[in-house]
Design a protein around this ligand. Structure first.
Ligand SMILES: NC(=O)c1ccc[n+]([C@@H]2O[C@H](COP(=O)([O-])OP(=O)(O)OC[C@H]3O[C@@H](n4cnc5c(N)ncnc54)[C@H](OP(=O)(O)O)[C@@H]3O)[C@@H](O)[C@H]2O)c1
Length: 250
């Protein structure tokens, strides 16, 4: 039986890498993103007859309803779509904050809850949520992003316990700096020069480590050794100061 995966934000970065990974295993893929041009480019780049491409603005609840009402029930959901929204306190307007919250938190919850009953009927499946290391670290001037990622991290690890006896695994991935288009799109390209090279990992590595964790039923994964090593120290103020200076987040 061929497995089916739904990946949001599959036109570039981590989502596109996920699609490539699953293509190599012969999965059916439903790939969702918003921008038509990038979607067309990703179609050409992926070159995969078992993939269906869908254009939808996932910051709108109608889009999530259309997806959950019309697409086949996936064996794997990869809730990945997102933007590196940033801005000092008070700088983002209500709509920017609301859209970002729905795209990366509320909409992810609606997507998952729209499919879970049918996944249970089908005998189970896997859910992967791409959160961020920002869920567990302070991110001055990206406080909205950090709080969104924290919210979805918290939701994911809670439902992981709830769904355990329903044969559905939930894995929350918390990457640090990943080389994708996200920072440039958000006007944060200076970070690519300022943040030390060894702190960047590539999307392929994020996908490999996240998939491995999901297949082992792990609830959380921090891809990349450097970030796994840092995590236990993030509770100490002095370590947080060093971390913020290295990541240019002060
Ligand atoms: N890069 C990092 O350092 C990093 C670190 C930690 C976590 N993450 C998380 O990883 C996830 C993927 O990001 P990435 O780094 O791979 O960035 P990316 O290359 O910019 O890809 C983002 C994807 O999300 C899609 N997307 C954005 N807004 C959307 C919307 N309103 N509706 C539908 N699709 C939308 C984009 O589609 P379009 O082509 O239509 O815009 C694109 O496919 C995000 O959730 C991000 O927060 C990234």
């Amino acid at each position: 039986m061929t497995l089916r995966a739904l990946i949001t934000g599959a036109s570039s970065g981590i989502g596109f890498s996920y699609a490539e990974y699953l293509k190599n295993e012969g999965w059916y893929l439903d790939l969702v993103s918003k921008n038509e041009k990038r979607l067309e480019n990703s179609k050409k780049d992926l070159k995969y007859e078992k993939a269906s491409f869908h254009s939808a603005d996932l910051s709108k609840s109608e889009s999530i309803e259309l997806i959950t009402n019309n697409l086949d029930t996936p064996d794997l959901i990869v809730a990945n779509a997102g933007i590196a929204i940033n801005g000092a306190i008070g700088k983002l307007n209500k709509k920017e904050k609301g859209d970002a919250y729905y795209l990366m938190c509320g909409g992810v919850i609606d997507l998952i809850e729209g499919f879970v009953p049918r996944m249970v009927d089908n005998g189970g499946g896997r859910i992967v949520i791409i959160s961020s290391i920002g869920a567990i670290t302070a991110m001055p001037k990206s406080s909205i992003y950090s709080s969104i990622k924290s919210g979805i991290h918290s939701y994911g690890r809670s439902i992981a316990r709830e769904l355990k006896n329903k044969n559905i695994s939930v894995t929350v991935s918390m990457p640090g700096y990943v080389k994708t288009n996200a920072h440039k799109r958000a006007g944060l390209e200076h970070l690519e020069k300022k943040v030390p090279k060894w702190m960047w990992i590539n999307a392929k590595r994020v996908v490999e480590e996240t998939e491995k964790a999901s297949r082992h039923g792990k609830i959380e994964i921090i891809p990349g050794k450097v970030y796994r090593f840092t995590k236990p120290f993030l509770g100490y103020q002095s370590a947080i100061n060093i971390w913020q200076s290295m990541t240019k987040r002060n």
